[in-house]
Ligand binder design. Structure first.
Ligand SMILES: Cc1cc2nc3c(=O)[nH]c(=O)nc-3n(C[C@H](O)[C@H](O)[C@H](O)COP(=O)(O)OP(=O)(O)OC[C@H]3O[C@@H](n4cnc5c(N)ncnc54)[C@H](O)[C@@H]3O)c2cc1C
Length: 412
């Protein structure tokens, strides 16, 4: 064991994550998984990333960009499964907006990186992630809603001085299709969007072009440890020796940490989204009310999201979820009643017990790292997460304090 022998066939595993079908090697791996065969192959990597979601792919792209070699992303299903569902692709800043709110700070730092990241990905891969500056409107129907939104204004103006309250007349002028039942809205001028399926595609392709191996249909089922180090990860067919292991397995990250004897309260927060096609309704801003939103995408479709359902591992949309979203559409932009219903989607957001991302070294381990728990903000937070995780791997002091996101906080 412990050597870095690679079977020649496995070198052909999926390099381009966008290839429409698996490689011969990946197909063989899936067959072996199904037969439950014992691991038989020994290989090695400098970094093994468990999970090919937007976070795992963003980290892989950052690693190869900084010159890391022998990076492998192991994805048990297909790359970017959840990001495709996160079709809204909102770069909506989380938290209160206050400078002492760590999630706000992380979000703002990530948003600031997006123009450069989008340009860099386009140059490296030719993929346009459709970064668009749309602005957001948080709608108020009741007096209480208005009071709460106005109260948030002073702090939000610290984020962007152009944040302001729009009365009903101003709102109708800006967005005529919004229902006249709304009494006003908070304007958030800094909001942006991307096409999230394209973003994960671009990260994965940038990583692959930089030499990373992105392997689909490969499930990590265990780890081999030697005191405070993991020396290898085990898939159903292979043993891969690793210098570093990054757990970026979304809602399943907690289960993987548990295999290493570390309890991390990370689980699924299901979200549902519906997609519409509207030919004759113009909406420029992203519209919010509470947790729900409606956003027109660069391809002309409308994304309406998203529900929040705890501890559900089922990825099928429900009638109740769709009803909630359709009701929101009718109340917000009645003309969308004429829009074509394209599809309903459901995905599992990785959610931590304190609602903050989990970024850093796994307690008790020298070379195991966790990057998960991004909940509703994984698309927004992907650039900063990738940057900070690689800083950590390189032993640098991150520019932003990661203490609030330290996995060790749950052990205290
Ligand atoms: C409806 C909806 C709308 C959303 N909208 C937005 C939005 O507008 N803006 C925003 O910023 N965020 C949004 N999000 C949140 C965002 O999608 C998530 O935060 C993000 O996709 C999480 O990425 P991840 O890589 O951590 O996890 P995932 O995408 O879940 O990726 C983890 C991967 O790990 C793999 N895996 C798990 N276990 C193993 C194993 N043992 N071996 C190998 N692979 C394994 C899984 O198959 C999975 O592909 C939305 C989410 C949903 C559901």
């Amino acid at each position: 064991m412990g050597n870095s022998t690679e079977l020649p066939g496995l070198d052909r595993s999926v390099h381009c994550p966008l290839a429409p079908r698996r490689s011969v090697a990946a197909d063989a791996a899936v067959r072996d998984n199904q037969r439950g065969r014992e691991p038989s192959v020994s290989q090695s990597a400098s970094v093994v990333i468990v999970g090919g979601g937007i976070i795992g792919c963003a980290i892989a792209a950052e690693l190869v960009q900084r010159g890391w070699r022998s990076v492998r992303v192991l994805e048990r299903a297909t790359v970017g499964g959840q990001a495709v569902i996160a079709y809204a692709g909102l770069l909506a800043l989380p938290g209160s907006g206050s400078t002492d709110d760590p999630l706000s700070e992380l979000g703002a730092a990530s948003l600031a990186r997006f123009p450069a990241v989008a340009a860099d990905l386009r140059e490296r891969t030719g993929i346009d992630v459709e970064l668009r500056h749309t602005g957001g409107l948080v709608l108020a129907m009741t007096a209480d809603e208005e009071t709460a939104l106005r109260a948030a204004l002073p702090v939000l103006r610290g984020r962007d001085a152009a944040c302001c309250w729009l009365d009903q007349h101003e709102l109708r002028h800006l967005e005529p299709a919004v229902s006249p039942l709304f009494r006003g809205a908070l304007l958030l001028p800094y909001e942006h969007q991307v096409l999230s399926p394209r973003l994960v595609e671009a990260y994965a392709r940038a990583a692959a072009l930089g030499g990373a191996r992105i392997e689909e249909g490969v499930e990590v089922i265990g780890f081999e440890r030697d005191s405070d180090r993991v020396v290898a990860v085990r898939t159903r067919t292979d043993r891969i020796a690793a210098e570093h292991v990054i757990i970026a397995a979304g809602a399943w990250s907690g289960a993987l940490a548990a295999l290493l004897g570390v309890p991390l309260p990370l689980g699924p927060l299901r979200g549902q989204l519906v997609r519409l096609h509207a030919w004759d309704t113009r909406i420029r801003h992203t519209l919010y009310r509470g947790d729900l939103y409606l956003a027109v995408k660069a391809d002309g479709t409308v994304a309406v999201g998203s529900t929040e359902e705890l501890a559900v591992y089922d990825r099928r949309p429900t009638l109740e979820g769709v009803r909630q979203l359709v009701t929101f559409v009718h109340e917000t932009v009645p003309a969308l009643g004429r829009a074509a219903f394209l599809e309903a989607l459901a995905g599992l957001r990785p959610w931590s017990a304190d609602d903050l991302p989990v970024l850093g070294r796994l307690p008790g381990y020298e070379n195991v790292w966790v990057a998960s728990g991004h909940a509703r903000h994984g698309v927004l937070l992907s650039p900063i997460t990738a940057f900070l995780m690689v800083e950590l791997l390189e032993g640098k002091q991150p520019a932003l304090s990661l203490a609030p996101f330290d996995p060790a906080r749950f052990a205290r």
